[in-house]
Design a protein around this ligand. Structure first.
Ligand SMILES: [Zn+2]
Length: 119
């Protein structure tokens, strides 16, 4: 649909469809849902290059407006900076304890280290 060939009716229908799509997204991802995204009203638009819809949400940590493809709404709720922080925190939390050592050996090494520390 290009501007040259679209009729008033078609354009009005397209605008209505945008509004409806946005309402549906807010119902699915907005406040009170498990995603709890703050979707800015009237921000839904079509990205002709990416061929995807996007909306503007507020970062759940700092409130910065963030452009998000609607297909990413389920997994993206933060600005770049806070998404990076959250990823780093997740990695840290998952840091694996190496238990691939014999218990006797671990206890012996621990006792030796402690003895060293205590001088
Ligand atoms: Zn943020």
């Amino acid at each position: 649909m290009t501007t040259e060939t679209a009729t008033i009716e078609q354009l009005e229908a397209a605008i209505k469809a945008h509004e409806k799509r946005e309402e549906d997204l807010i119902a699915k991802y907005g406040p009170g849902t498990k995603y709890n995204r703050t979707i800015k009203k009237g921000s839904l638009d079509w990205d002709a290059e990416a061929k995807k819809f996007h909306v503007t949400i507020e970062c759940e940590d700092c409130g910065t407006p963030v452009k998000v493809y609607t297909s990413d709404l389920f997994q993206k709720g933060k600005c770049e900076e806070h998404a990076k922080e959250a990823r780093a925190a997740r990695r840290k939390g998952k840091a694996k304890v190496n238990d691939n050592i014999s218990l006797t050996e671990a206890k012996a090494q621990l006792a030796a280290l402690k003895a060293k520390l205590e001088g």
